[in-house]
Design a binder for this molecule. Structure first.
Ligand code: B4P
Length: 197
């Protein structure tokens, strides 16, 4: 199984690169942001709870997103692998993901982090806000709040994977296809190594 974590601040290009990676490597895309927005659209109780937090640029509780990922893994037991996009976003989420994958005798292959500065993130998200209809993309203070949440709660997750020797950072500024090629190079290098177990 090929399990990848696509990592980076809001607007770094995780969703954009995920779409290209799932086609090339035949993986299942698990975006906690997309799953939460679908719960909001359906008007479920979980969605209503999450919306209040997401509209403020705050992370939803760990147990909510961990439960969502657990059920998606169970629904897709025959998958060739997964791209985790926007998850894990805290160290407890990363620990829980390792445990869930271990239950299925698998593990994260690598974390690929898209590195983009705050000014470019803000520019991209406000631009997307003009067409996405996402309330969290439309207000500069809210966009900056999301980046601040990332810096305090999410950035430490990179260290968690670095300790396991699984962290790879790449420049997330430039042409989408060029960033995609650099991402594929990391994955292909991993796949060319003899796999343990
Ligand atoms: P997400 O849906 O994960 O949204 P995001 O961080 O804004 O990134 P996204 O993937 O959508 O954008 P992308 O970088 O591809 O999270 C939303 C909210 O949900 C969070 O704030 C939180 O409240 C909650 N949540 C989600 N997961 C959670 C978790 N695990 N725990 C707790 N809470 C959670 O692209 C952005 C824009 O940049 C696009 O318009 C794209 O076209 C553009 N772009 C991409 N690459 C580009 C490039 N190379 N050059 C120029 N533009 C580019």
């Amino acid at each position: 199984m090929l399990n990848l974590v696509l990592f980076g601040p809001p607007g770094a290009g995780k969703g954009t690169q995920s779409q290209k990676l799932i086609d090339k490597y035949n993986l299942i895309h698990l975006s906690t942001g997309d799953i939460l927005r679908s719960e909001i659209a359906k008007g479920t109780e979980l969605g209503l709870r999450a919306k209040t937090l997401m509209d403020q640029g705050i992370l939803v509780p760990d147990e909510v997103v961990i439960g969502m990922i657990d059920s998606k893994l169970k629904e897709n037991k025959a998958a060739a692998g997964f791209i985790f996009d926007g998850f894990p976003r805290t160290v407890p989420q990363a620990v829980a993901l390792d445990a869930l994958l271990a239950e299925n005798n698998t593990a994260i292959a690598c974390m690929i982090a898209l590195e983009v500065n705050e000014e470019e993130l803000t520019r991209r998200l406000l631009l997307r806000g003009q067409t996405s209809g996402r309330p969290d993309d439309q207000d500069e203070a809210l966009v900056r709040k999301r980046v601040q949440e990332y810096n305090t709660k999410t950035a430490p997750v990179a260290g968690y994977y670095a300790e396991q020797g699984k962290f790879y950072g790449i420049n997330g500024i430039g042409e989408i296809d060029e960033i995609f090629d650099n991402t594929c190079n990391i994955i292909d290098k991993y796949l060319s190594q003899p796999q343990v177990g």
